[in-house]
Design a protein around this ligand. Structure first.
Ligand SMILES: Cc1ncc(COP(=O)(O)O)c(C=O)c1O
Length: 393
């Protein structure tokens, strides 16, 4: 019999198991909601990015159904051949007006938006100055660009400055940061990084995946939150988190967006969204503009839950957003905490290396606008009980 040439992959899996890093994929039995059923167990769901509860909002559902009835289930092509539908164009125009930029381009995912943009706008003679905790899609885009990557310690603008000072001014230099860091819930040092970009003539880029629909007026993101309109050349957002659907977008100047239409490889070489996706995203922007009370409720819940975890004595790091990590250190302990919480009716995902540093494993919580106070109190009580039993607090 032929020897399995992929045997080393099984060895890798065994090694993950021995380090407590092996993950079983939990299966959602119904809808993605604040209280949901995973693996046939009813739990308070603190693991989704569905910040505003839009995954099941009636207006989005209706818009998706209507678009399916009138336009079908698929676009049938990449954008640059036959797959640009009127509804894709409407969404891009609407997003540009919402983000207060000249134009936007929509990608199949936030990952594709980051990776496709960074790799298109820079080349091998250029430089990328990147926060060490930036998202994997930025890191992959940077690698694909073949530019030289300079990493600065998390939010350390002084270190970023030292890096920038040493770079040749006649080369393109891109400073890039997440708006909200996805595993820590803290904000990028955006005002200071914009000053740095202005002073040294760098391109400024922000990945606002976790800020869209959460920060700024009507959820316009961290650029709006910090008053940085016009100072961030490339803004990335996602349609998959607070917006509740799927996709990513880049917002900026008309010239930059036209360039991406011609050079961003996921845009050129991968089929565009089904019409239902674009229609639901359009409906989501209506909701952001007309139902700001959802964002207020998200923040009320955030303050209640984060304050509760801190009062219990958990280490929640530097979080300033609805993402609140409970940092425990060892991956095996984080996975144990997550598993026992799950048995007690709370789903909060354990996260270990390589998503976070080896000694910073955690259970990550995200509250939404649609959690009730009772659900959040139940979750806090469970955290208290399980945290004490495992010696975390
Ligand atoms: C900071 C950040 N950027 C980009 C992405 C990718 O977005 P999407 O899930 O839409 O591909 C994510 C999501 O995991 C993220 O957390």
């Amino acid at each position: 019999m032929r020897a399995d040439p992929l045997r080393y992959l099984s060895d890798e899996i065994d090694s993950l198991k021995s380090q407590g890093l092996y993950r079983h994929l939990r299966v959602l039995d119904g809808e993605q909601k604040a209280h949901a059923s995973f693996d046939h167990r009813s739990v308070v769901n603190l693991s989704s990015n569905n910040y505003l509860g839009l995954t099941t909002h009636p207006k989005l559902r209706e818009a998706a159904l209507d678009a399916t009835r009138t336009r079908g289930v698929g676009s049938g092509s990449v954008r640059t051949i036959a797959g640009t539908m009127d509804i894709h164009v409407q969404l891009e125009e609407r997003l540009a007006a919402f983000k207060r930029t000249e134009a936007t381009v929509v990608f199949q995912s936030g990952f594709a938006a980051n990776a496709g943009t960074v790799s298109a706008v820079l080349g091998k003679d250029d430089f990328i100055i990147s926060d060490e905790l930036n998202h994997a899609s930025i890191i992959d885009g940077a690698r694909l660009s073949r530019a030289t990557i300079k990493v600065f310690p998390h939010r350390d603008v002084r270190a970023a400055r030292t890096l920038v000072e040493a770079l040749p001014r006649d080369r393109r230099r891109l400073i890039i940061s997440d708006g909200v860091f996805s595993m820590d819930g803290d904000l990028g040092a955006l005002p200071d990084l914009c000053d740095l970009a202005d002073e040294f003539g760098c391109i400024m880029m922000v990945d606002d995946a976790h800020a869209s629909g959460v920060f700024g007026s009507n959820g316009r993101g961290t650029i709006d939150h910090f008053g940085l309109h016009g100072r961030v050349d490339i803004q990335v957002g996602t349609l998959s988190k607070a917006i509740g659907v799927l996709g990513g977008y880049v917002a900026g100047s008309k010239a930059m967006i036209e360039f991406l239409y011609h050079r961003a490889r996921p845009f050129l070489f991968s089929t565009s969204h089904p019409p239902a996706v674009a229609a639901a995203c359009l409906a989501a922007i209506d909701v952001l503009e007309r139902e700001p009370q959802l964002i207020e409720r998200l923040w009320d819940n955030t303050h209640f839950f984060k304050g509760g975890l801190q009062a219990l004595g958990f280490n929640t790091g530097l979080s300033e957003s609805p993402i609140t990590p409970v940092i425990v250190g060892e991956a095996a302990l984080a996975m144990k905490l997550s598993d026992v919480l799950f048995q007690n009716g709370v789903f909060a995902q354990g996260i270990g290396f390589p998503t976070v540093a080896r000694d910073k494993a955690r259970v990550r919580t995200i509250v939404t606008a649609t959690h009730t106070r009772d659900e959040l109190q139940f979750a806090l009580d469970s955290f208290a009980k399980v945290g004490r039993s495992l010696g975390v607090i």
